[in-house]
Design a protein around this ligand. Sequence first.
Ligand code: NAP
Length: 248
Amino acid sequence: MTADKGKVMLIAGGSGSIGSAIAREAQTQGWTVAIHGRCADKVNALASQLGVTGPVEGFVADIREGDAAQALVAEVAEQFGRIDAVIDCTACGPVGITGLFAETEPNAFGAFLDQSVGWLERLAHAAYPHLVQDGGTLISFASDAGVFAAPRQTLIGAARAAAIGFIRNFALEAARHGVRAHCISPSFVEGSESAGRMGSERMAKAASRASLGLPSAKDIAPLAVFLCGEGAQKITGQVISINGGLHA
Ligand SMILES: NC(=O)c1ccc[n+]([C@@H]2O[C@H](COP(=O)([O-])OP(=O)(O)OC[C@H]3O[C@@H](n4cnc5c(N)ncnc54)[C@H](OP(=O)(O)O)[C@@H]3O)[C@@H](O)[C@H]2O)c1
């Protein structure tokens, strides 16, 4: 039995590539897992797969709705009675915000920023009263675009840097209530849906530069679960890149 057995982890975007790998890893380590996503069929398929070996429940909410974070957290708390970790793995579509800055669409800027950092702030705000109960953890999946500059990443870089700034400041403040917070920052994740959207040429180029090999979602999941667990009780406010040696 692990020290974290019976604790509850809410994974926003848990039906996606990285979120589902974390859900599997967390469940193996004794966590009770609440999986969130946008598409009910996808969420329910994963919940029933994982449900074979432990308590798991699927939740559906669109993060573009202003009250989605509050409703989601309230539903999970009602179902499981506690929330010890919240991991945000949601990814918003890149429509209008990728490419050279001059080619992006100003009409998309505000919504993208809101779905990236506004959603995270609302999620953290809704979850906070639960996380303070027993020294909980918040993890935001950001991106190396928020840490390392690169062409064609202006808007993603700005949104991710905002999320990182929020988490680092939140971590310092929340420590007084025993709550920890981190960003995990991938670059290119082999086999993920986001990687599919990046295209095979970009992925191949990144793979050729990553001396350790590009990580898969399975390579990332153990770190996320570790940071939420007993073994990481004295660590907070960190931004950890997982990129196979692309950047340091
Ligand atoms: N994979 C990479 O190469 C990579 C690189 C850098 C950073 N990251 C970051 O790491 C995180 C996880 O990435 P991933 O590859 O696991 O992404 P993913 O496979 O695309 O999963 C995204 C998740 O977000 C949910 N989602 C998307 N739009 C939503 C909406 N409007 N309302 C509610 N849920 C919504 C999806 O639900 P549905 O499936 O139901 O739509 C899914 O559960 C993201 O923040 C991503 O930007 C990933």
